[in-house]
Design a protein around this ligand. Structure first.
Ligand code: AMP
Length: 396
């Protein structure tokens, strides 16, 4: 059976793609076109021959996808030989409407366009990606996989904000949650690693990448998550503040004469680790911290303290916890973050084994001490594979 899916993740000025075998998760090729619309757009294609990099003006997402198709022709693997079964699209915001992957047609595109006010940075690019792929691959089924879908199981008390009811009814102001594809993938892998079915485990999943979110998973379903109406809420991230007093907006508007748009921009792009330490790359932050830089140390401490607060909160939500799962760039690769976030939680049955935690590995693994009642797991996420699997499940 042919299980190859072309997975597309269209951003405002970028287009990422991977050709995934949905059965094995293996990527036959992947690539990214960045700086779309600029004179020096960069296209990197990883195929069987390694990386091919070109710099040329690429005016639009359509040209970017054409460049990707050309690269498959030039550098392989041949799309004709592999016969793609479906195109899977990452779509950021599905609002309260989408709890499952959906076949893309005109109605779906209209629905995602209606949701643009909820995700003004992401949904327009996702719509563009879907339209372009439908034009260039008209014969293939196309599937939208929503970042919010996994969190549609949140109970009402977890997704409802304590604000005037009209905000929800008229404007959809509630918690939606994001990174759902990653949380879903990692939760299933965690259950497998524990040797149990997804319905039998309670998990706290910590997706710590450039964006960061925590999810409480009960029996395979998301029951609370740290991101909210938008991805700004919750944990400290690369450039996002996470939780803060909502009165900050009014205070800064009054005192600093800043517009709401400026404040919103600063909270999304100039806060988090970047706001605290001047840059958002965690590797660089770790180097500075190890060299005794006080701002880097404070950024690290604020970041880990926030994680610990969510672990405690979600422990209370779940009642019993089988595993705490770390994933994404920082979660997978920073033993120091895992240690600092879980330190002092012995009374909750959470104990890390220092040697296992410090060992470097790309495999899914346990880093908890033998006999720790709560397992601590490190599991590489694979959103592309999850999108490919969901696309095949819907179209096969
Ligand atoms: P992601 O969004 O999952 O790609 O994660 C990006 C974040 O992971 C960036 O802040 C990277 O600096 C961080 N990261 C990647 N590799 C490492 C590493 N070996 N140690 C610490 N942080 C890392």
């Amino acid at each position: 059976m042919n299980d190859h899916v072309l997975v597309i993740n269209a951003g405002s000025s970028s287009l990422k793609y991977s050709l995934i075998d949905a059965s094995s998760g293996e990527a036959a090729a992947s690539g990214v076109v960045e700086r779309i619309g600029e004179q020096e757009s960069v296209h990197r294609h990883h195929g069987p021959e390694g990386e091919a990099r070109t710099t040329q003006p690429i005016a639009s997402h359509e040209d970017a996808l054409r460049a990707a198709i050309d690269a498959f022709g030039k550098h392989g693997p041949s799309l004709d030989d592999l016969e793609i079964a479906a195109v899977g699209h990452r779509v950021v915001h599905g609002g309260a409407r989408f709890s499952d992957p959906v076949l893309i047609d005109d109605d779906l595109i209209a629905a995602v366009t209606e949701l643009v006010p909820l995700a003004p940075l992401h949904n327009p690019a996702n719509v563009e990606g879907m339209q372009v792929a439908r034009r260039l691959f008209p014969e293939l089924p196309q599937v939208a996989v929503f970042d919010t879908a996994f969190h549609q199981t949140l109970p009402e008390e977890a997704y409802t904000y304590a604000v005037p009811r009209e905000w929800l009814d008229e404007y959809g102001v509630r918690r939606y949650g994001f990174h759902g594809t990653s949380h879903a993938f990692v939760s299933a892998e965690a259950a497998r690693l524990l040797g149990r079915g997804p319905a039998e485990v309670n998990l706290i999943v910590l997706h710590l990448g450039n964006g960061c979110s925590a999810t409480a998973v009960r029996g395979g379903q998301s029951v609370d998550t740290s991101m909210g109406l938008t991805p700004l809420e919750g944990l400290v991230m690369g450039t996002r503040s996470g939780d803060l007093d909502p009165a900050v907006h009014a205070y800064l508007a009054r005192e600093a004469g800043r517009s709401l748009d400026e404040i919103d921009h600063q909270l999304n792009f100039e806060s988090g680790l970047k706001g605290l330490a001047g840059q958002n790359d965690f590797r660089e932050l770790t180097r500075r911290q190890e060299a005794g830089d006080e701002r880097a140390q404070l950024a690290f401490d604020v970041y880990c303290y926030r994680i610990k607060k969510y672990v405690g909160a979600y422990y209370a939500v779940l009642g019993t916890v089988d595993a705490i799962v770390f994933t994404a760039g920082v979660g997978q690769h920073s033993p120091a973050v895992r240690t600092a976030s879980l330190t002092g939680l012995d009374a909750l049955g959470i104990r890390i084994d220092a040697e296992r935690n410090n060992a470097s590995s790309d495999q899914a693994r346990a880093v908890s001490a033998d006999g720790s009642p709560v397992a601590v797991l490190v599991i590489p996420t694979n959103e592309e594979w999850e999108i490919a699997r969901q696309a095949i499940a819907l179209t096969a």
